[in-house]
Design a protein around this ligand. Structure first.
Ligand SMILES: Cc1cc2nc3c(=O)[nH]c(=O)nc-3n(C[C@H](O)[C@H](O)[C@H](O)COP(=O)(O)OP(=O)(O)OC[C@H]3O[C@@H](n4cnc5c(N)ncnc54)[C@H](O)[C@@H]3O)c2cc1C
Length: 435
């Protein structure tokens, strides 16, 4: 029995597994095993809408076991810790496991660029849990701000800073703007609209690098008009509990710094033998194989294919590479020539909040309401499964008629104001007043 192991149930890993299933359908001597630390596939393009309460978190994930249906591949929810490439053995949270072929699709993590305080004082924005926790933190601060008389403190509570002007940062801050100005400001009577402040910080001279410059400039004007402060050529030098320092001089007071400034390879990928690029991705051949280890394929955000080093870290690249890696494992098993990955841009779509988007597909560029409709239609189409498509479409439809949900389900863990309030309450219980 031969065992092919796929690591990661994201875009790359899931599509590699589906391809392997097709290739080895009639081969009972080959076991296909997908391992991931989460038991679902997450549709990341809709993560900003989780933070803004526009879409329900459950509606943008699809459980692996539902996706599997009648397919025969096995799934194991486990965490991979390391690999011994010589012995072809993985160390998982629950033990060791041997493989014959391996496809690595573990995605990436945030890059801190060695800036002090990023890990301790910023909100990460990569996973569904991150987005849900961030939404609850934003609402929690609004609850505190609603009864905070100290104007300075209230303003710091209501200042939301996003670091990173790529498409993830831009889409997030636009969603936050819609949520805060169109929903929160109307329902929290103690929050004056003018106290709400949204700041986007970008180290390079322009936001949305990778999109046509005229669309990037157009987007910037749109953000300016929407009340978002865009700070370009601004380098974050320190992240503090009470705010963010820019250029070693200026401090923007804020209780919420969100880090969307860069991606680094997964630590497992960085530990693989062979060359790596400057952000730690494994440099693989165009057939997506690791140097010196043709039985190991690396795809998606974890991989830098030799002739596609500049390919963006986006879902279509991960999907395409996953499919090729799946087919290449089968080609190698049958002694056939392997397929090469070649990057072809599928375009760029950026939502700038409710009713507005910018779209670039080849030479075609457009923006505005129709671009937004196109953005919505395409993302709905790309969501896996009719059930999820109907759920998200219903969320969007209801969002037109009803206010967004503002309930805090889990008490936020990192709130110093909550801690202060409970400390005061405890002190009052311990020292009862005389008389
Ligand atoms: C907020 C956000 C918004 C985005 N928006 C878009 C967008 O609009 N359009 C677009 O094209 N791209 C978007 N992307 C980028 C896109 O999501 C990635 O490029 C894509 O997911 C990469 O696919 P992947 O398979 O390499 O990794 P991922 O999809 O990240 O999958 C990695 C998998 O590995 C698993 N894993 C991680 N560590 C371990 C471990 N130790 N053990 C076991 N399993 C592990 C994870 O749980 C996950 O299942 C966005 C990304 C983010 C973070």
């Amino acid at each position: 029995m031969k065992r092919i192991v796929v690591l990661g149930s994201g875009f790359g890993g899931m599509h590699a597994t589906i391809q392997l299933e097709r290739q080895f359908r009639r081969d009972p001597e080959t076991e296909i095993l997908l391992i991931s630390d989460q038991n679902y596939i997450l549709f990341t393009p809709l993560l900003p809408q989780i933070v803004s309460s526009y879409t329900n978190p459950r509606h943008i994930v699809q459980p692996v076991r539902d996706l599997r249906g009648r397919k025969r591949f096995r799934f194991r929810r486990d965490t991979v810790r390391s690999v011994d490439v010589g012995r072809r053995e993985l160390t998982l949270g629950s033990g060791t496991l041997e493989y014959d072929s391996l496809i690595v699709a573990l995605g990436g993590r945030s890059e801190t660029f060695g800036i002090p305080g990023v890990r301790e004082n910023t909100w990460d924005y990569k996973t569904l849990e991150d987005a849900v926790a961030l939404r609850e933190h934003v609402l929690d601060l609004c609850e505190h701000a609603d009864h905070t008389a100290d104007v300075e403190l209230r303003r710091a509570m209501l200042t939301f800073v996003v670091v990173g002007g790529g498409y993830t940062g831009v889409e997030l801050i636009c969603e936050l703007r819609d949520f805060l100005f169109d929903n929160v400001a109307k329902r929290y009577r103690g929050i004056p609209r003018e106290d709400l402040r949204l700041v986007l910080i970008e180290a390079t001279p322009q936001i949305l690098g990778g999109i046509a410059p005229q669309l990037a400039q157009h987007s910037r004007k749109r953000l300016d008009r929407g009340g978002i402060e865009v700070r370009t050529s601004a380098r974050v030098t320190r992240c503090l509990p009470e705010g963010v320092e820019i250029g070693g001089q200026e401090l923007i007071s804020s209780e919420t710094l969100i880090w969307a400034a860069g991606v680094r390879a997964h630590p497992f990928v960085e530990s693989l033998p062979g060359p790596h690029d400057r952000i730690g991705r494994a440099v693989v051949s165009n057939t997506l194989q690791l140097e010196g280890h043709p039985e190991i394929f690396v795809v998606g955000d974890s991989a830098a294919a030799l002739d596609a080093m500049g390919a963006p870290r986006v879902a279509p690249v991960a999907i395409e590479q996953g499919r090729i890696a799946g087919r290449n494992v089968a080609h190698a098993a049958r002694g056939e020539p392997l397929e090469s990955y070649e990057y072809k841009s599928k375009g760029m779509l950026v939502s700038l909040g409710m009713n507005y988007a910018v779209v670039q597909i080849g030479p075609i560029k457009f923006s505005g309401y129709f671009a937004w409709l196109f953005w919505n239609a395409l993302h709905l189409y790309l969501l896996v499964g009719l059930q999820k498509q109907l759920q998200v479409a219903t969320d969007w439809l209801l969002g037109f008629f009803f206010p967004r949900d503002a309930s805090i389900i889990r008490r936020p863990e990192r709130c110093r104001f909550c801690e202060l309030e409970s400390a005061k309450a405890n002190a009052a219980v311990e020292t009862p007043t005389a008389g």
